[in-house]
Design a protein around this ligand. Structure first.
Ligand code: SF4
Ligand code: SF4
Length: 90
């Protein structure tokens, strides 16, 4: 399994774990936050600055988890990522 697929797998597993949050900024088929695992260094900054706790980074195992149901699309994580790995994408 290549590195990218490995992280994608975890992304989806986590995504389905949680129930839908009432204050989510998302609706169906809308753009959502994505991480480019080719350039992410798993520093954890995005997870630390997200006030909604929508991102959790496992630095040791190099896994980036995102829960779109908690995200309010404030964009703080995108602005704080030093390598530009995050963006909104539909
Ligand atoms: S801040 Fe950027 S490099 Fe650091 S874990 Fe988040 S997405 Fe990856
Ligand atoms: S856009 Fe805002 S709420 Fe969504 S993951 Fe980033 S920091 Fe958290």
């Amino acid at each position: 399994m290549d590195e990218k697929k490995h992280h994608r797998k975890h992304f989806h597993e986590r995504h389905h774990e949680k129930s839908i949050g009432e204050n989510s900024g998302y609706s169906k088929n809308e753009e959502e936050l994505v991480c480019n695992f080719e350039i992410c260094v798993f520093c954890g900054i995005c997870g630390e600055i997200c006030k909604k706790e929508a991102i959790a980074v496992d630095q040791i195992n190099r896994i980036w988890n995102f829960n779109r149901n908690l995200c309010v699309k404030c964009g703080h994580c995108i602005r704080h990522c030093k390598v530009g790995a995050l963006k909104f994408e539909s």
